[in-house]
Design a protein around this ligand. Structure first.
Ligand code: ADP
Length: 513
């Protein structure tokens, strides 16, 4: 539940729940008390009556008996002169907390309950007092009230007689008082219980997740990005925690990338200085040889100068490759994608290479198993650089006077697979997984006179991946090496642009038809 609804609900709960519970418990308490009153007085009444007019209940307690007296007083008053009859009537009323008093002129001739009578003795209404005619009688007795019903009649001797039916009120009042106290206590308890329930509910929904968030923020502030939080709720705080968690993961990734980047930069710097130092040392040594007159014969001088030239060339190509790699790494190399027939493109490449290879006694074979109409989308210059690098490596690491290089094209669904195989010295299994890493050079080639920066295949990998393809190698020492890569077949402009822009984010691609 979201926070807004949670607060609305809390508001409703704090109003509705106590009211409902109070009504329910109040009803139960009153019913219980009324039951006991009903049992005590043996009368029927409902809750409304007891609350609105309790006198009516007391009235009903003695209503039957009083009506009988009334009728007798009118029809057969002589019966009321019989004290035995009065006694039996009084006994009947006793169980209903009532009693009779009979007055003849000013003399009290019968008292059903002497103890209770003393309190009202002097307050009894006089003969023919009309105030008692109200339904239910009147209260007399001050602090300890008694409900009085009065019935006047005339004795046979002409004396004025009155029968009073008196009902004790103080029994019913404590019961109602207890009910009221119980109701107040229940109401207070209900308010407390509701408040506790609400506090727990709000605590679990708001305070607890906020605490978790606070702790996570503190951990993050102290640099701990591994402290993850899980808050399962659909409200705004749950959403906030989820966003916070996403932010933590993102931040962690960024920091890891940054650390990796820093590490790579350090490694790059040390590799560059190492690879530049080697030819520089040679140049310095040979130059010193010339200056010191060690190259004292024209042949020696010629050899020294040629070595200096070769080393300077090595340095120059290393610097070139480095700057290219840096540009590729920074995504600052512009790509000009062209749609070109795969067969035309590779036939040209092979023609270009064959002259150089012929001189080096290396046979170049070209086999195209893809339809001659098949078109690919490539940056022709960048891909040429890749092919030249792979073929260049094949030449460099041939390790024998004669050899063969095979360029083979095959169909791989919506890609064309290009495989450049040589039968050179091969790559040891331990080196094979690393040859596409920058500056990685297998021990054998490091020690050879071939030179090389260890950047060629790293550049090739970047270029191929930015063409939407993959590159990998297979090799066996003493048998040869195959470098295999894939490039995308051309389908339609929209589709291609979509695919390529996904690969090289943020780079505007110009696809020329
Ligand atoms: P390098 O400038 O050293 O040639 P590359 O990145 O082009 O750098 O190649 C990385 C390493 O892979 C080379 O140093 C070499 O050990 C190995 N390698 C690449 N191609 C071949 C191949 N055709 N035959 C044998 N080893 C190869």
């Amino acid at each position: 539940m979201d926070l807004k609804n949670r607060l609305k609900m809390s508001f409703l709960i704090i109003i509705i729940l106590p009211i409902c519970l109070a009504v329910m418990t109040g009803k139960l308490i009153i019913e219980y008390q009324l039951n006991s009153i009903q049992k005590t007085y043996d009368v029927e009444f409902n809750t409304v009556q007891v609350i609105t007019n309790p006198i009516q209940i007391l009235n009903r307690v003695t209503r039957d008996a009083f009506n009988r007296i009334k009728t007798q007083a009118m029809k057969s008053p002589w019966e009321l002169e019989d004290l035995e009859y009065i006694k039996s009537l009084n006994a009947e009323l006793k169980g209903k907390y009532s009693f009779l008093v009979v007055r003849k002129d000013q003399e009290i001739i019968f008292v059903g309950n002497t103890a209770k009578f003393t309190t009202v003795k002097n307050n009894l209404p006089s003969y023919n007092n009309h105030s008692t005619e109200v339904d239910g009688g009147i209260y007399v007795g001050g602090k300890n009230p008694i409900l009085v019903k009065q019935q006047d009649f005339l004795y046979q001797d002409g004396s004025e007689g009155t029968i009073f039916v008196l009902t004790e009120v103080d029994n019913i009042v404590p019961q109602l008082k207890v009910s009221a106290i119980q109701a107040v206590i229940s109401f207070v308890l209900i308010i407390i219980i509701t408040a506790v329930i609400l506090i727990i509910w709000l605590y679990r929904g708001i305070i607890k997740p906020l605490d978790v968030l606070k702790r996570a923020t503190k951990e993050m502030k102290e640099g701990n990005l591994n402290y993850s939080i899980t808050v399962r709720s659909n409200d705004e705080i749950g959403q906030l925690c989820e966003d916070f968690e996403e932010m933590r993961i993102h931040l962690k990734e960024l920091i890891e990338v940054k650390m990796q980047y820093d590490e790579n930069s350090r490694e790059l710097l040390s590799n560059i200085s190492h690879d530049l130092k080697t030819p520089l040392t040679a140049i310095k040594g040979y130059s010193e040889g010339i200056i010191d007159g060690v190259a004292d014969t024209p042949e020696k001088l010629d050899r020294y100068v040629k070595t200096i030239y070769t080393k300077a060339n090595d340095m120059s190509s290393l610097v070139d490759e480095l700057s290219l790699y840096a540009r590729i790494d920074n995504n600052t190399v512009p790509y000009n994608f062209n749609i070109i027939g795969i067969d035309d493109y590779f036939s040209d490449c092979v023609d270009e290479l064959s002259f150089e290879l012929e001189i080096k006694n290396i046979k170049l074979e070209y086999e195209n198993m893809v339809s001659p109409e098949c078109k690919v989308i490539i940056d022709t210059e960048q891909l040429k650089r890749v092919i030249h690098n792979i073929v260049g490596n094949a030449i460099k690491y041939m390790g024998k006077a004669e050899g063969t290089i095979r360029v083979r094209l095959s169909d791989a669904g919506d890609m064309v697979q290009v495989s450049i195989e040589d039968d050179g010295c091969g790559i040891a299994a331990k080196d094979l997984p690393n040859i596409f890493e920058r500056f990685y050079r297998a021990d054998a080639s490091r020690n050879s006179k071939q030179g090389g920066s260890g950047l060629g295949l790293a550049i090739a990998k970047k270029v191929i991946e930015e063409h939407g393809g993959n590159i990998w190698a297979k090799s066996e020492v003493g048998v040869g090496t195959s470098i295999i890569f894939t490039i995308m077949k051309w389908t339609d402009k929209e589709h291609m642009e979509k695919k390529l822009s996904k690969i090289k984010k943020g780079l505007e691609l110009k696809v020329k038809d």
